[in-house]
Design a protein around this ligand. Sequence first.
Ligand SMILES: Nc1ncnc2c1ncn2[C@@H]1O[C@H](COP(=O)(O)OP(=O)(O)O)[C@@H](O)[C@H]1O
Ligand SMILES: [Mg+2]
Length: 577
Amino acid sequence: MINKRLIREMKGSLAFIYKNVLMQWIMLILNIIMMMLIAMTLEGLLRNVLVMNQMMLYLTGVIVIVALRFMLSKKSVMYGYDASKEVKKILREKILTKLNEIGSGYHQRIATSTLVQMCVEGIDQLEIYYGSYLSQFMYSILAPLTLFAVLAFVNFKVALILFICVPLIPITIILVSKLAKRLLSKYWGQYTTLGDSFLENLEGLTTLKIYQADGYKHEKMNEEAEKFRKVTMKVLTMQLNSITIMDLIAYGGAGIGMMVALFEYQSGAVSIAECILIILLSADFFIPMRTLGSLFHVAMNGIAASDRLFCFLDEEVEEDGTISDIKADQSIYLDHVSFAYEKDQNVLNDIVMEIKPHQMTSIVGESGCGKSTISSLLMKEMKIDHGRILVGDEDMAHFSRKAWMKKITYLSSNALLFKGTVRENLLMAKKDAGDDEMIDVLKKVKIYDFLEGEQGLDTPILENGSNLSGGQCQRIAFARALLHDSEIYIFDEATSNIDVESENDLMKLVEEMKDEKTILLISHRLMNVVKSDQIYVMEKSRIVEKGTHEELLGQEGTYKNLWESQKKLEALKGRSL
Ligand SMILES: Nc1ncnc2c1ncn2[C@@H]1O[C@H](COP(=O)(O)OP(=O)(O)O)[C@@H](O)[C@H]1O
Ligand SMILES: [Mg+2]
């Protein structure tokens, strides 16, 4: 019923929760006094012994108490709000910190949509847990004890009967919780599955339309939505049923208390006023537990969400190294590196490679042979299974990711531009870059002429750069990479999928960079790698050849074949133009 971890993590909220309980407890005491006043008034009226002055006094007392209770209840809501506000902030911060630690490889551990659902709705669900449930939990133990202490003076027998009936409610809750836990975990599972496919279909809607596959996906999603509906209904039914049982216990218990009070009155054991007081207060024994019961379901939902959240927060992050002064102007060696995404299916097999400083090293090979996986390993996105990567004689595993990211820049074919301005996108790479510096890199990638005609550095960029052409986007992304000014650059098909003119411009820049920078160029187009100092040819997860362009042509192997077939293709394209 209480999740220890949720409490341990959020000690800061406890003070607000205690204050909330205190407010509720004072309200209960006031309520008891008010009921006493009412009972005395009723007794006076029934016996016809009430004088006007007395009645006015009682009435004033009731009015003051109602006003006080109103103020206290506002305070109690405020404390509840404070308790949950802090929690939501802390949890969201924790998720972001974790994401930062995991870095760009996060999507291999968790789907983006799951993350969004967890951050937004999952955490919102916890609002009830901290804002109401925990305080209600404490209050619902305190209230029956207090009432028992008071009513025991009036009539011990009735007080005892009422007090004994109360625990029946938490027993029901515990029984239901055993069932609820499994069901709620299933509920969250279905919910995130639906979220995953919804996001994917939305992002790929254009593709789905082109292939007219939207109808099929629509049906698939309907199926998932139906599954989600069914499990939601199951959850609701379970909640409603358990609430009905709790109602039966609560009102049944109060009824028994009232009946016993009447019998006691008949036998003369209690006075009218005492009998009325018992009748008025007997429901109060059960109401707090009953409220806890209905909050319990929402709180359980929050706990189920938090299970996922903590699972994510507990994900192991590769131990950050301590070395921060990395000498990046040394050779990078891939020393018999092997890697598999899925067990026993090596995507890289015994890769031996040297990326020399101030040279251009290239990797070529058909798609799927493992080129991008090498760049991911160099970017420390994943752990190497076998072998190691050395920078000089230092194992890269010892570098902190943060320090390493200062030394290396990665540019792929689908570099992301963020919604904002050109300036904002560039400043990402170098926070303190001046306008001149930014204009300089934009000129290098030959996009500044165009931007000048717009609003210069303040030219707006829409989400994913949708107001620019592919070539323009890639030029700006390239400018951003240049501004980062690191020692090592990895270009992974950085000039694929754009117009020939942009490709040629950017390729020329890459070639110019090699005097000052260490460059790893990954390309399936051999024309781009001709000027490389060293070319590695990959085939099915292995390196099969290496050498300069001329040396490789002399080897009459994979590279030569690829070169010939690409040359034919380009000639064909040229003729058809
Ligand atoms: N995140 C991933 N999870 C599982 N398999 C992957 C993942 N990324 C790539 N692969 C697989 O690894 C192999 C190599 O992929 P990749 O390095 O991207 O090739 P390339 O860049 O040469 O086209 C492919 O067979 C691909 O299916
Ligand atoms: Mg690739």
